[in-house]
Design a protein. Structure first.
Length: 218
């Protein structure tokens, strides 16, 4: 009985995997962070983007002519560079601090892909779906003003992944280019500091990637 169940299970896996595509996409991530607090005027904050890296492995399944589902798992680097100009009431002058923050996440997603095959050679597509990131490491270069207060980072970041791409088919191999935008619903930091009259600190990022795509149709 157990042998039959094992054989049936293996047949189902083989049957369901036919026509699926395993893939790897990788490339630079371009990320910019923003933080807000009533202690410091936003006009005194100069933010710049940083370039990191990302890589995602996954599989396309439930493949139809114009639609398929896609699930992926990988890592992504986010963050940003900031120059903060603050005024010291004690010293009566403006002060400038600089810092670069880098955040490293495990990321997973499932998207719905809408595609338009052209003569079975070229396949442009767009996609959207839920996304979940887990912060496993972070680093900081330089000093920031104490009002930035990002020592308690949210471990989980969730939102949507959407974008578009184009694939070129070479028999069972797919080569392409894909752009991803990481839209967050929650923030990296969102809290109140009781010691400073319940001042609210919000810290969030905007991240997109431009990736090379390599796939293999099973």
């Amino acid at each position: 009985m157990k042998t039959r169940l094992l054989i049936y299970s293996m047949l189902m896996i083989v049957t369901s995997s036919y026509g699926q595509t395993i893939f790897l996409q990788f490339g630079p991530s371009i990320s910019k962070t923003t933080w807000t607090t009533s202690l410091v005027n936003e006009r005194g904050v100069d933010t710049k983007s940083i370039i990191g890296f990302n890589a995602i492995a996954g599989i396309n399944y439930l493949n139809f002519k114009y639609f398929n589902l896609c699930s992926g798992l990988g890592i992504i680097e986010k963050g940003g560079s900031e120059t903060v100009r603050t005024y010291s009431l004690e010293l009566y002058h403006y002060d400038t601090t600089k810092a670069t923050k880098r955040l490293y996440y495990f990321t997973m997603n499932t998207t719905c892909n809408l595609r338009v095959p052209i003569k079975d050679l070229i396949e442009p597509y767009i996609f959207v779906g839920p996304r979940l990131d887990y912060l496993f490491s972070d680093s900081q270069k330089g000093e920031v003003h104490q009002s930035q207060n990002t020592e308690k980072l949210n471990k989980l970041s969730y939102g949507l992944l959407f974008g578009g791409g184009i694939n070129f088919k070479l028999k069972r191999i797919l080569l392409g280019l894909v752009c991803n935008y990481y839209y967050n619903i929650n923030k990296v930091v969102n809290k109140k500091d009781i010691s400073t009259n319940n001042e609210t600190y919000k810290y969030y990022d905007n991240t997109f990637t431009v990736n090379a795509y390599i796939g293999y149709k099973l």
